[in-house]
Design a protein around this ligand. Structure first.
Ligand SMILES: C[S@@+](CC[C@H](N)C(=O)[O-])C[C@H]1O[C@@H](n2cnc3c(N)ncnc32)[C@H](O)[C@@H]1O
Length: 271
C-alpha cells in the first residue's frame, strides 16, 4: 500500500481534529468567502475546514488520501445536512478526475504538506484553481519552538527509523524559499505569493496535557509509529517524557484543560 496512505489510515485523526475545530472555523472565517464559490479542501481530514466552508454557502469538495477520514467527513456532512459538501479519496499530488481551473479556492490546512511529492502538489493546486482564484495553505514550521506539531513530529522522528533516501520532509512546506521554489516551478511568480505567520489553537478543555499526549500516542499515525519503534528500542518512557514536557511547556489552558497555541505558515497564492 502507498505508505503515505497507510500512515494516515493507521490511526484515527478524527480524535485529534476534535481539538482543531475552533481554529478551523476561524481560518475559514478569515478567508472572507463570498458565495457562489467552488472550493477544494485538500488533505481535508474529516472536515475541520471543509464543514465551516460549506456552512458559509460554498460548494465544497474535500479530498483526502485516508479512506477512514473520507467516510468520517461524509458522515459529518450528512449529519449537518450539508448537501453541497462531498468528501472523496484522492492524492493531493495527483488529482485524478479533477478538471483544470475548476475551483475558486483551493485550501489545504496541514493537509497537502504531508504528501511526499511537494512539487507535484504545487503543480496540481495551480492546475485545478481558476485564474483569479486563490490557493491557501496552512503549514507547520520546522525548527520553530512555538510550532507545536513540528516540535511533536521532530521528537517523534528522533525515535523512528530514518525515512527512505530522498524523502522530503513535510516541514519544508513551512520555509519561504521552498514555498516560492515549488510554486515558481508551477508557473507562479514570487509576487503572487504571500507568507505570514499565524496561530492555530489545539483546544481541549476537558483533557490534561498528559491525556492529549496519550491521544496522540493512540490515534496519530506519526506518533503511533514513533511509540512502536521506541518500544522495540526500550525507549518508550524517554519518548513519552519528551512529548509530555513539550505539551506542558506549550499549554496555556487553565483549570486542568489544554489549550496549545501553535504557530504556522499561512501561504496565499493569488492566481
Ligand atoms: C494533520 S491532518 C489535517 C486534516 C484536516 N485538514 C484538519 O485540519 O483537520 C493531515 C491530513 O492530510 C491527509 N493527507 C496526507 N497526505 C495526503 C495526500 N498525499 N493527499 C491527500 N491527503 C493527504 C491525511 O490523510 C490527513 O487527513
Amino acid at each position: 500500500m502507498n505508505p503515505n496512505q497507510a500512515l494516515w489510515e493507521k490511526g484515527d485523526f478524527t480524535q485529534i481534529a476534535a481539538w482543531m475545530r475552533q481554529s478551523g472555523e476561524a481560518v475559514v472565517k478569515s478567508l472572507g468567502v463570498k458565495p457562489p464559490l467552488r472550493a477544494l479542501d485538500l488533505g481535508c481530514g474529516d472536515g475541520t475546514t471543509a464543514v465551516p466552508l460549506a456552512r458559509l454557502g460554498a460548494e465544497v469538495v474535500g479530498i483526502d488520501i485516508a479512506r477512514n477520514l473520507v467516510a468520517a467527513g461524509n458522515k459529518r456532512a450528512a449529519e449537518a445536512g450539508l448537501k453541497r459538501l462531498a468528501f472523496r479519496e484522492g492524492d493531493a499530488s495527483d488529482l485524478q478526475g479533477v478538471g483544470d481551473r475548476s475551483f475558486d479556492l483551493t485550501l489545504s490546512v496541514f493537509g497537502a504538506m504531508f504528501s511526499p511529492k511537494p512539487f507535484e502538489v504545487a503543480k496540481e493546486m495551480v492546475r485545478v484553481t481558476k485564474p483569479g482564484g486563490r490557493i491557501v495553505m496552512g503549514n507547520w514550521i520546522p525548527n520553530d519552538p512555538t510550532s507545536f506539531v513540528s516540535q511533536l513530529l521532530k521528537i517523534s522522528s528522533a525515535f523512528t527509523p530514518p525515512p527512505p533516501e530522498g524523502f522530503i520532509s513535510p516541514m519544508t512546506w513551512g520555509v519561504d524559499s521552498h514555498i516560492v521554489e515549488r510554486f515558481g516551478k508551477a508557473g507562479v511568480p514570487k509576487e503572487k505569493i504571500s507568507m505570514v505567520k499565524d496561530t492555530y489553537h489545539f483546544v481541549s478543555p476537558d483533557k490534561s496535557p498528559a491525556q492529549v499526549i496519550e491521544s496522540f500516542r493512540r490515534f496519530y499515525g506519526p506518533t503511533m509509529n514513533a511509540f512502536e519503534a521506541a518500544e522495540k528500542a526500550g525507549k518508550v518512557e524517554e519518548l513519552h517524557a519528551q512529548l509530555l514536557e513539550l505539551a506542558k511547556a506549550q499549554n496555556r489552558g487553565t483549570g486542568g484543560g489544554t489549550s496549545i497555541p501553535a504557530t504556522f505558515m499561512r501561504v496565499t497564492v493569488s492566481l
